[in-house]
Ligand binder design. Structure first.
Ligand code: DC
Length: 226
């Protein structure tokens, strides 16, 4: 079974994806971690993030390995586990240079499909999973939430990490990211083929319950198409 989850930052995708994979006892593929891992390697090697050719050379030269379990995706770069190191502010800031690099996207999309083929059944989370990477997935979710709620969630995370929070800055940052990111899953919405869940007023357990319900409905339809 292939399940994709796309949606904006702060919609609760990552937590929902992990919990759904654990409930279904299948693997969790965090594709954002791949873009982050390349960005992290660029920082380590002092690559100029404005230099597209240098970035592509970097992406081709590193050994990127993923270990997808039902509750985690562990990432290794050149044999070193960087699963935690890719979550810093410094990495957040340079990852968009990787995400908007067309040739690197092609490389990573190919890797995602290879990983998916090897896993068989999995929950894949990102921005383009139901549109570009696994358009034939069994269930394709798009999670949404109001801008205010997403900003509030992001602010809570930052406070928990001991960071200063300027809520106007958080809102502006999310709005800028939406402009770029939303283009990736919008085609799914236009086709009316996604299961859309608005998480604004839902607890994470409710989001996962709805997802499990949608997956069960598809499973029973497949078992009894008549
Ligand atoms: O979901 P995340 O915050 O870990 O994603 C990190 C970055 O990678 C973010 O800039 C969005 C981008 N990304 C992407 O372009 N395509 C994906 N499939 C996953 C993430």
């Amino acid at each position: 079974m292939i399940i994709t989850i796309d949606g904006p930052a702060g919609s609760g995708k990552s937590t929902a994806a992990r919990k759904l994979a654990a409930r279904l006892e299948i693997a969790y593929l965090d594709t954002g971690a791949m873009y982050r891992a390349v960005a992290y390697a660029g920082l380590q090697r002092g690559v100029d993030f404005q230099d597209d050719e240098a970035l592509l050379r970097l992406a081709k030269s590193i050994k990127l390995e993923l270990d997808c379990g039902p509750t985690h995706t562990r990432v290794r770069v050149d044999g070193r586990d960087v699963s935690e190191a890719i979550r810093t502010m410094a990495v957040n800031e340079v990852t968009p240079y990787i995400a908007r690099h067309t040739a690197i996207r092609e490389l990573l999309v190919k890797r995602q499909r290879d990983i998916g083929r090897a896993l068989g059944s999995f929950v894949s989370e990102g921005r383009d999973q139901g549109t570009v990477v696994f358009p034939g997935a069994d269930v394709r979710f798009v999670l949404e939430a109001s801008l205010d709620k997403r900003a509030w969630r992001r602010a809570q995370e930052m406070l928990a990490d001991g960071e200063d929070v300027d809520i106007t800055e958080v809102v502006d940052n999310l709005r800028a990211r939406d402009e770029v990111d939303a283009k990736q899953w919008e085609p799914l919405l236009a086709l009316g083929e996604a299961v859309i869940i608005d998480t604004t007023d839902l607890a994470i357990a409710e989001v996962v319950d709805r997802m499990v319900e949608a997956v069960r409905a598809v499973r029973s339809k497949k078992a009894d198409p008549g």
